[in-house]
Design a protein around this ligand. Structure first.
Ligand SMILES: [Zn+2]
Length: 376
């Protein structure tokens, strides 16, 4: 099928911009519902396609596919949620220099538009096609009520999954680091700020241990400023420090710090937690908030070949510091093709998506699906 690139570009651009206009943030469940309704309208009425809706703890997901959509040969998977921006009016887009700028343009409403159009077009052309689509609404907060729920509790399976939420047009992710979001608490004893000898300063003692932990990381795994090595070593970022104390003249009796720790194999969540507990010492109470093991994605060589032939340049297999919903598919043994259009400034106010690359990505996925399912 020859695709008119210009027509496809304008269709995908319009759909992406419509999706960006719906502020599907964590604090706005009604907008997330509205977005899923909009999506459902877009793919309704296709022959031999069923659409199921699932909900877990207020987070809804849509799964569409052939009559029994629980295990299509190829599943396309995305999320509709976007991160919260301080300015509630920032959820719209502009077009400049061949790019769509706007919150969620790159992560991942442009990719959602590609999957919706592909799903519609291919099912209209080949009724009964073994191609599924899963869209969740909680990826930015960890995916427990989205992809994890669909895999572990609904029993969703697939031959292979296309997840356009990592890598780049010519960069296919083969490995992702593991994640440990850890809250560390320290208790002490409050006293007047003028008489520190009467108290035990929980905040100060906590920060001493956290500083010791950070030097443990920087001595063992110094941060490389150039990404030549792919930053393939453990990192520890201090992201939140809290104390219930609001008085400048009171020594706090409680304090908590939150750390975002990332690690490649052979480290595991268990081995990292053991190391960290030793450095922080027995007086710190550790509470893991979110954990994920590092994982290998096992992409299909055919997807890499098609990427190369359509873009005319080599596909690089890369390792990623960030994690995606892919890990839940891997836990069920399902291989993942993780790449996407050209995007930038993700989660920033000027997040963008390159329109031409969105069309190219569409063509890559279409060719892959057609060859894999022997439609050509
Ligand atoms: Zn994402």
């Amino acid at each position: 099928m020859t695709i008119d690139r210009n027509e496809l570009a304008s269709r995908l651009t319009a759909l992406t911009r419509d999706l960006i206009l719906i502020p599907t943030t964590d604090s706005r469940p009604a907008e997330r519902e509205r977005c899923l309704e909009f999506i459902q309208n877009h793919i309704e009425g296709l022959e031999e396609v069923s659409i199921q809706s699932y909900e877990s703890n207020g987070y809804r997901s849509l799964v569409a596919g052939p009559q029994s959509p629980s295990s299509p040969d190829i599943l396309m998977c995305g999320h509709i949620d976007v991160i919260e921006h301080p300015d509630p009016d920032s959820y719209h887009s502009t077009i400049r220099d061949g790019r769509i700028y706007g919150p969620g343009a790159g992560d991942m409403k442009g990719a959602d538009a590609v999957m919706l159009e592909l799903f519609r077009t291919l099912h209209a052309k080949h009724p009964g096609l073994s191609l599924g689509l899963a869209l969740t609404s909680d990826e930015e907060r960890g995916g427990a009520d989205g992809v994890r729920f669909l895999i572990e509790e609904v029993g969703l399976r697939a031959g292979i999954v296309i997840v356009p939420d990592g890598g780049s047009l010519n960069e296919i992710t083969i490995e992702e680091k593991g994640v440990l979001h850890l809250r560390v608490r320290r208790h002490g004893h409050s006293a007047h700020g003028a008489r520190p000898w009467l108290g035990t300063n929980a905040l100060q003692l906590l920060l001493e241990r956290v500083t010791a932990l950070q030097s443990y990381f920087s001595v063992n795994w110094p941060i490389e400023t150039d990404a030549g090595q792919g930053h393939w070593y453990p990192t520890c970022s201090l992201t939140i420090v809290e104390t219930p104390n609001h008085s400048p003249n009171r020594i706090p009796s409680e304090a908590a710090a939150t750390l975002d720790i990332r690690f490649p194999p052979p480290h595991t969540f268990g081995s990292m937690l053991d190391d960290i507990a030793k450095i922080l010492g027995p007086d710190c109470h550790l509470e893991p908030l979110m954990t994920a093991q590092p994982c290998h994605l096992d992409p299909d060589p055919l997807f890499c070949e098609i990427t190369e032939s359509i873009t005319g340049s080599p596909a690089r297999l890369i390792r990623a510091a960030g994690a995606s919903d892919s890990r839940f598919f891997r836990q069920a043994g399902i291989p993942v093709n993780l790449s996407r259009p050209l995007v930038g400034n993700l989660h920033g106010e000027d997040e963008w998506l390159d329109i031409e690359s969105m069309v190219t990505y569409y063509q890559i996925c279409q060719a892959y699906i057609e060859q894999k399912l022997s439609l050509t």
